[in-house]
Design a binder for this molecule. Structure first.
Ligand code: GBH
Length: 465
């Protein structure tokens, strides 16, 4: 375990070598949706269905990062970040999800990585942040087993192109969202609503992760770091009663252990298998799959925004809970909220990190996303004041620091997000960036929070006056 440097009266100091990063995702920032042979992903299709994305927004232009990448890397250099977590657009690299790579598509990521390295920033590549090639969805998408093999092949194409210069790899971002928001409640692409499709998707995403991990290991230098990012849910019972604890257990099974158990222990959560017996017999999990899924990893990435309070009851259907919503109610937490209406509650991050310390001893952790949306605007002098975001970030970094002090091996923190961007079903209406983007002019303006973060990085922690 890494020891936090002792706190001084000056504030909270993080360990030497702590990775200070920002994070983005391809569909949310790149734009250039039809350039260089890129074809449609499920998000290009989904965002065109009326009513699916607020205001009819799409990622066609987004933050135009594909054309402004050197400027965006320069912004990060100014902030002093040590790491940058980006995702590779599958349909830009392999438009149909099959066959050879499009070199022009790979070239963008080669240039990005070169630019980062020249700026002294470590690239952290995520292979899948939800932009499945539409042709693979047309063939059945994640509920079909073949999609896992397609992903492993694609992982090989990217590893061959970037493996000499990218040291940290993440296979998937938040497979829970891809499976249960994409195929369960249909709030995300491709917008299907079927519990069995969502459970099949979850297993095939796990299988894709394991198969891709094998491919990455075979192609990358032994020093390369292979990881997975999960949006683990911090869950609390409304009351300290057996019924409310059972509600926590049900959601924990489908939101957390459906991924943690196969990946780190090579087994399915048996309570979930029982709870979903009416939905599926799980025969899509074949002999040997769990061995593939549980290929050893170098670290685990955790994305955290807010906790959930649950109790015995019932909630909305279609749901992202594979039937568990018939037994579980969600209670909005008290206290301040972000523009997403998500509660600001940093203790949930501490709770998750200490749980993982206990459940997965010895596994290095990284907070691969954390941040908040607020209704930011540039004042007449062109400044963007976002004190609420600074308060959110301060509280959550403090929670990370407390966890490190309590023996959790947290190696880094990636702020979501560098830029205001396409916030999925919310379109451009929700701003998570520490750099403001005027989507008409594409002008970038660092918000107060960007200066605050640069200061934290420069000092190696948070000062308390
Ligand atoms: C991340 O997902 C994404 O990786 C990123 O692309 C995105 O821009 C960012 O967060 C901000 O949204 O469905 O009942 O659990 C966030 C995952 C999943 C967190 C849905 C909030 C809502 C409550 N989110 N969850 S519930």
């Amino acid at each position: 375990a890494v020891d936090a440097r002792p706190d001084t009266v000056a504030g909270l100091r993080f360990p030497t070598g702590f990775r200070w990063g920002t994070a983005t995702a391809a569909y949310q920032i790149e734009g250039a949706a039809t350039e260089g042979g890129r074809t449609e992903s499920i998000w290009d299709t989904f965002s065109r269905i009326p009513g699916k994305v607020r205001n009819g927004d799409t990622g066609d232009i987004a933050a135009d990062h594909l054309h402004r990448m050197p400027q965006d890397v320069a912004l990060m250099k100014d902030l002093g970040v040590t790491d940058y977590r980006f995702s590779v657009s599958w349909p830009r690299v392999q438009p149909t999800g099959r066959g050879p790579a499009v070199e022009h598509g790979l070239d963008f990521y080669r240039r990005l990585v070169d630019e980062l390295l020249a700026a002294g920033i470590r690239p952290v590549a995520t292979l899948y942040h939800w932009d499945l090639p539409q042709e693979l969805e047309d063939a059945g998408g994640w509920p079909e087993r073949d999609t896992a093999q397609r992903f492993a092949d694609y992982a090989g194409l990217v590893a061959r192109a970037l493996g000499d210069r990218v040291a940290t790899w993440t296979t998937l971002n938040e497979p829970w969202c891809a499976a249960f928001l994409g195929y369960g409640n249909g709030v995300h692409a491709p917008g299907r609503t079927s519990d069995v499709a969502a459970l099949r998707a979850a297993h095939h995403l796990n299988l894709a992760h394991g198969s891709a991990t094998d491919v990455l290991r075979s192609l990358l230098p032994a020093s390369a770091e292979v990881s997975l990012t999960l949006n683990l849910h911090a869950l609390r019972p409304l009351a300290d009663t057996p019924a409310d604890h059972d509600a926590v257990r049900r959601i924990d099974a489908v939101a957390n252990r459906l991924f943690l158990d196969p990946v780190f222990h090579g087994r399915l959560p048996q309570d979930l298998v029982q709870d979903t017996a009416a939905v599926t017999d799980w025969s899509f999990v074949r002999d040997g799959d769990l061995e593939v899924v549980s290929a050893p990893l170098d670290s685990l990435g955790i994305n955290y925004y807010s906790p959930s309070v649950v109790s015995a009851g019932a909630s909305e259907s279609p749901s992202p809970w594979a039937g568990a919503e018939k037994h579980v109610a969600f209670t909005p937490a008290d206290g301040p909220r972000t523009a997403m209406d998500w509660p600001v509650d940093a203790d949930g991050l501490y709770e998750l990190l200490t749980r993982l310390r206990d459940d997965l001893p010895g596994l290095p952790l990284m907070v691969t996303e954390n941040g908040a949306a607020y209704d930011d605007y540039a004042d007449p002098s062109g400044q963007v004041h976002d004190p609420e975001r600074v308060a959110y970030l301060d509280a959550h970094l403090s929670a990370v620091h407390r966890a490190i002090g309590d023996g959790v091996d947290v190696r880094g923190y990636f702020l979501w997000s560098l830029l205001d961007n396409f916030e999925w079903a919310y379109g451009y209406g929700k701003r998570f960036g520490i750099v403001h983007v005027d989507f008409a002019s594409q002008r970038r303006t660092p918000k107060d929070s960007a200066r605050w973060y640069a200061d934290v990085i420069a000092r190696g922690g948070i000062d308390r006056p």
